[in-house]
Write a protein that binds this ligand. Structure first.
Ligand SMILES: Nc1ncnc2c1ncn2[C@@H]1O[C@H](COP(=O)(O)OP(=O)(O)OP(=O)(O)O)[C@@H](O)[C@H]1O
Ligand SMILES: [Mg+2]
Length: 457
């Protein structure tokens, strides 16, 4: 065996140790080795990057400048220094980068006339300049904006784990109607916050992960004191396994029309209850007489809008009107919609466009046609459309979702098999309120007559 020089051996051993560190402990490798180097580089190159991305501003400053003076008789040009006003490029002030698990966060002070959207628009340019996967705006305060750089796509490598199913008595009141359904690309939990955004649209091509998201939602909501109502016009094959935890399941268009009419009647009763109590919504009613919140899960929205003959047209019109009324008024009276569908385009009928305008929460999985992406996300940001259209088929569950701040972000639902969701539905079947309970709650209890005395009388 040839004699390998000792320094070369040491170098090889160090290299192997580094590779092993990176392979087996990527988090500490990032925090201790890569991040400090990256932080210095980010600060060092910020002037050029800001200028390249159009984030600098010209400002006039008093400055010493050198100007060529007279040519002396010897032929030498005499240089003069003058104190004068010149236009200089000013870059936004950058905080020290802070490491996070999959990247880093940096806060910038906005220059005069800049708004956080100016940074949101150049996120792609920043990602390329910083040689990372993506950059997102993750927060803003007056005069400040915080960006998160994402080193590698956390959604591409593993399906996120959901928190364990809580026992019925274990859930926190603050989590009511705010189930965790997956993880955002920033590493934060993806909460589908129905209290903040009452209605959600869940769009995507076949096999993109829509039903998996419904499973995650059912697992998250099953232990909570809410009524789950299903509308499954695929003959019930998607939602019937969860029937023990569903108060009602409509599997035909006729059943759906009747169910929506009943929900509107419930909404009317709740309106009356709120009027008696002199409050604007059920969340201001005392706990003891607050009606049970209802979450209506619809799988394959398009089926509700398709008509084969004239007779069906009337049903479709009634369904569209009822959905629109619930979308408009449901928030105040605790009736929430989660609408899933492969195609949510205007060709389904004018009702869909009107309905979309009332649905604040948008989730767009991989889509086949630009129009569905456009219908789901088009009024958000053109970059969101590009992000949705570039979701590859081998990453089911990945979606572009709207946040509470109106911005979008990529996310992935936690994998929940039908069996796991079925088990959760069985385990919490005893919490399923009957239709009578849903319909009577609110008016069935004695309400305080804090409001209109005439109504109280
Ligand atoms: N977050 C996820 N992680 C891993 N696998 C997932 C995830 N979401 C969905 N899948 C897998 O992708 C496949 C399709 O998912 P799903 O049935 O939810 O699609 P879909 O959009 O409802 O399709 P269809 O429109 O045909 O009903 C399933 O095999 C499911 O296990
Ligand atoms: Mg499905």
């Amino acid at each position: 065996m040839p004699d390998i020089p000792r320094p070369l051996l040491l170098l090889l051993a160090a290299l192997v140790a580094l590779l092993a560190w990176r392979r087996w402990a990527p988090v500490s490798y990032w925090y201790l080795l890569v991040f400090p180097r990256k932080a210095v580089w980010l600060r060092w190159t910020w002037r050029h990057v800001a200028s390249g991305c159009g984030l600098t501003k010209k400002r006039h400053r008093w400055w010493f400048t050198t100007v060529p003076g007279l040519v002396a008789s010897t032929g030498v040009v005499r240089v003069k220094r003058r104190f004068q006003r010149v236009a200089v490029d000013t870059k936004p002030w950058m905080s020290l980068p802070r490491p996070v698990r999959h990247g880093f966060r940096i806060t910038f002070h906005l220059l005069d006339g800049q708004i956080p959207d100016d940074y949101a628009k150049v996120c792609d340019r920043l990602a390329h300049a910083w040689r990372i996967e993506a950059v997102r705006v993750v927060g803003c305060r007056p005069g400040r904006v915080t960006l998160q750089g994402i080193n590698r796509d956390p959604l591409a490598h593993a399906t996120p784990a959901l928190p364990p199913v809580e026992p019925a008595e274990g859930w926190q009141a603050a989590d009511l109607l705010r189930p965790v359904v997956g993880v955002l690309e920033t590493g934060a939990a993806w909460r589908m916050d129905l209290r903040l955004i009452p209605h959600w649209m869940n769009a995507g091509a076949t096999q993109s992960g829509k039903s998996n998201l419904i499973n995650a939602l059912i697992v998250g909501l099953a232990p909570q004191p809410v009524a789950l109502v299903g509308v499954d016009l695929k003959g019930g094959v998607e939602l019937s396994p969860y029937a023990p935890r569903l108060t009602t399941l409509a599997t035909t268009r006729g059943e759906c029309v009747r169910l929506l009419a009943d929900l509107i009647a419930v909404m009317g009763a709740r309106m009356l209850a709120c009027r008696y109590a002199g409050v604007r919504d059920i969340w201001h009613l005392p706990d003891a007489c607050r009606p049970i919140p209802v979450v209506v899960v619809v799988d394959e929205l398009a089926e509700l809008y398709l008509t084969a003959d004239k007779a069906e047209k009337d049903e479709v019109t009634r369904t569209a009107t009822a959905l629109l009324r619930i979308a408009q008024l449901g928030r105040a009276f605790g009736i929430h919609l989660v609408l899933s569908g492969q195609r949510i385009g205007s060709d389904l009928g004018p009702g869909v466009t009107a309905l979309r305008a009332q649905i604040g929460g948008r989730i767009c999985h991989r889509v086949n046609d630009p129009e569905t992406a456009m219908m789901t996300l088009g009024d958000l940001d053109p970059d969101a459309l590009v992000a949705a259209r570039s979701i590859p088929p081998e990453l089911p569950g990945v979606a572009v979702v709207t946040g509470s701040d109106g911005r979008w972000s990529r996310a992935r639902s936690g994998y929940v098999s039908t069996t796991a969701a079925e088990q959760a539905a069985d385990a919490f079947a005893h919490l399923t309120p009957s239709w009578a309970q849903v319909a009577s709650s609110g008016l069935g209890h004695e309400l305080p007559h804090a409001g209109n005395p005439q109504l109280a009388a």
